[in-house]
Ligand binder design. Sequence first.
Ligand code: PLP
Length: 425
Amino acid sequence: MLKTPFATKDKLEEIALSVPTPFHIYDEAGLRRNIRDIYKAFSWNKGFREYFAVKACPNPVILQILKEEGCGCDCSSLTELMMAEAIGCDGDLTMFSSNDTPPEEYVYASKMNAIVNLDDITMIESFAGAVGSFPKTMCCRFNPGGIFKVANGIMDAPGDAKYGMTASQLYDAFRILKANGVEEFGIHSFLVSNAVTNDYYPMLAKLLFELAVDVQKETGCHIKFINLSGGIGIPYKPGQEKNDIFAIGEGVRKVYEQILVPAGMGDVALYTEMGRYVTGPYGALITRAIHEKHIHKEYIGVDACAVNLMRPAMYGAYHHITVMGKENAPLTNMYDVTGSLCENNDKFAIDRMLPKINMGDLLYIHDTGAHGFAMGYNYNGKLRSAEILLHEDGSWDLIRRAETPKDYFATFSNLPIYEKLLGKE
Ligand SMILES: *Cc1c(COP(=O)(O)O)cnc(C)c1O
C-alpha cells in the first residue's frame, strides 16, 4: 500500500556522481522476481509463454534479462523486431503483433520466422504480396466490438478501437489461411489497458476460449495458442490494491477447464504480452529539484521534463513522487512539480502534497519502468536521458547513455550546418 523506492538516497547520489540526473533506473531483482511469479501463476498451462511487449521498455539489456527468465518478445515495428532478433529471440520467441503494417516489416518478421499476428483480414493479401507464402503457424487478432465489462463496471469500448477483426472476418481469415497451407492457428485480443482487477484476464479468456471452440469446430483449424495480450495494470496510486497474479492465473485456469478441456482442447497454449505489469513498478525516473517559484501557485522545477516521462502530460496520469531522504517527513506543502518545456502540461504532479522540497533534493518518480523512457521524444530540443540497471548486490550499469546534442543534430542533411554545430559541441 505504501509506495517505497527500490533504491536508497545514497545509492542514487552515488550514481548521480557519474551519471547526471535525470535518469531512469531499473530494479533487476524486482523484475526477475515478478516474472518468476508470472510463470508460477501460469505453470499449470504447458505451453505458457510471456512475450514481453518491447514497446514498454525497449532496452536490449532488459529484454535479455526477460529472455533469461523464459520470455519472448512482442514486437510491432521494424526496430523492435531488430532488437528482438539481436538478443536471440528469433523463431517462435517473437510475436509480431503489429497493425497498419508496412509490407517490408512482414518480410523482416518472416525472415526471423517470428509468429505473425494479423490485425486485419486485408493483411492476408498484404502478407502474401510481401512474403510470397504463408508459414505453418499464424495468428489473427479479434475485436468483439461493443463494450467490455467486468464485475465492477465498464472497462473499455472495443467498438471504438482500431485493432483486430470482427468474428465473421476471423472465421473467413482462418479458412483462407488454411486453404493456403497454414496448419496451426492462434487467436489474440487486447481489450483493456491498465486493468487493475483480477477479473480482466479470466473474462477475456472466457470470451476467447468460447470463440476458439467454435472456430475450431466450424473451420477445422487447429487452435495452437490463445494470446491474452497485455493490459494487466499496476497500482500507480498509493492505497490502490495491486493485482494478484496468482488469482489471475487461477481464474484463467478455471475457465480453461470449464471451456477448453471439455471441448478436447486441453492442448491449447496460453500466451501473454504484458508490458506494464512486467516492468512498470521496477523502473523510476530520478530527477533533481533545481528551481522553486512562488507566484499564484507553488512550483518546483526539476531537471527532467515530459520528454523523459510523457504519461502525466499526455493522459493526466498519476505517478507517485518520493522526495529522497524525506520519506517520513510530513506532507506540508502543495506543489506543482514541473519540467522546463514551453508547454503548461509539462507537470509531473499538480496540487500534490509533498514534504517541503529544498533545491538539490532528489525526486523519485515511481512506476516509470513501462511506457516511461519508451515514450520519450525530443520536443524543445530536449534530449533523452540515460538508463541505469541496478543489480541485486547494489552494483549498477549504465545500459543507455544520455543523448547528446550530436545525436539530436545527426539527422540534419545540411552538412555545413551540422559540422558547424558539432564544432561547437
Ligand atoms: C501495448 C501492447 C501490449 C502491452 O500492453 P501493456 O498495457 O503494457 O500490458 C501488448 N500487446 C500489444 C499488441 C500492444 O499493443
